[in-house]
Design a binder for this molecule. Structure first.
Ligand code: GLN
Length: 287
């Protein structure tokens, strides 16, 4: 039987995506699954299935968008992160696999059972929701300066049915209650924008379609990291932790910022690409 316009035939489109994507076959499977409203396992189980004409047309429309470089996550409107299936929109950063390292490290920290945790610049809500899904005894607060992100994170919170996360609009700490005399948090975590303004990588791949507010942070990429690291001590309890994601060339600068802000036990972890990706530190006992 002819494979043209069968599942297998449509998956052969993936060759055309090689120049646009490192994951051409996976992308094609995701687009075809979306058009057929099935999962990827189904595609493998029914390779000879012949989709309806309207489904083929929809797949071809989605595929044409991907050929222009538009990220898969924006085309299908979803992205997996940790164990969660999150809604994404072009108003926020697409959660990255390397950011799962923040979740993994945060879950291993020595914090009290009912820890209060703040996620700064939450975007889709990915980090806060992943932590909340693992630790229903933790109380999470997630903030973002962009109202579109706040609304999206709230949709994701409801979809994931997580009651231990509250989400509101705040430009870093601007609307976060707390002060030096009554710091609230045992852990502050953030994946802030950290790309340099003139980084050539901004004109390549998925980032072309993502909002600059979620990516770019001044000439050295450190503007927002300086705010987050510099102000966190006012909001962290004694022995509280700060954990931030940063660019692979920013490890030394970020460790310096942690030291200047008074943190101890400062350390950097490498991601699955062997790149320095996150730094953490502990705020020593003050009293
Ligand atoms: N890791 C992302 C990238 O390099 C940037 C994310 C961020 O700025 N927080 O594409």
């Amino acid at each position: 039987m002819s494979l043209i316009n069968s599942v297998t035939g449509l998956l052969q489109y993936s060759d055309q995506l090689q120049s646009v994507s490192d994951t051409a076959l996976l992308d094609t499977e995701l687009l075809l699954s979306f058009a057929l409203d099935v999962d990827r396992t189904w595609l493998k189980t029914w390779p000879d299935h012949k989709p309806e004409a309207a489904q083929i047309k929809q797949f071809e429309t989605l595929f044409a968008r991907r050929l222009t470089g538009e990220p898969i996550a924006f085309i299908i409107g979803r992205q997996g992160f940790w164990t969660l299936d999150l809604k994404v929109t072009p108003g926020t950063l697409i959660p990255r696999p390397e950011t799962e390292l923040l979740v993994e490290i945060a879950l291993g920290l020595n914090v009290p059972d009912a820890a209060r945790v703040l996620d700064l610049g939450t975007g889709t809500g990915a980090i806060a929701l992943a932590l909340a899904s693992e630790r229903n005894d933790w109380q999470l607060t997630a903030v973002d300066s962009q109202i579109a992100a706040v609304n999206l994170a709230e949709i994701n919170r409801q979809h994931c049915q997580l009651d231990n996360v509250s989400i509101y609009q705040s430009d870093w700490f601007s609307q976060v209650p707390g002060s030096i005399s009554a710091p609230q948090y045992h852990l502050i975590i953030s994946n802030p924008p950290y790309i340099e303004l003139d980084d050539p990588h901004l004109s390549e791949g998925d980032v072309r379609f993502e909002p600059a507010t979620a990516l770019v942070s001044g000439h050295d990429g450190l503007n927002d990291l300086k705010i987050v690291i510099g102000q966190s001590p006012r909001y962290l309890r004694s022995n509280g932790w700060l954990l931030v994601e940063h660019g692979y060339q920013q490890g030394a600068a970020v460790r310096n910022l942690f030291a200047t802000a008074g943190f101890t036990a400062i350390g950097t972890h490498i991601d699955h690409n062997d790149l320095e990706r996150l730094t953490l530190g502990c705020l020593p006992q003050t009293d």
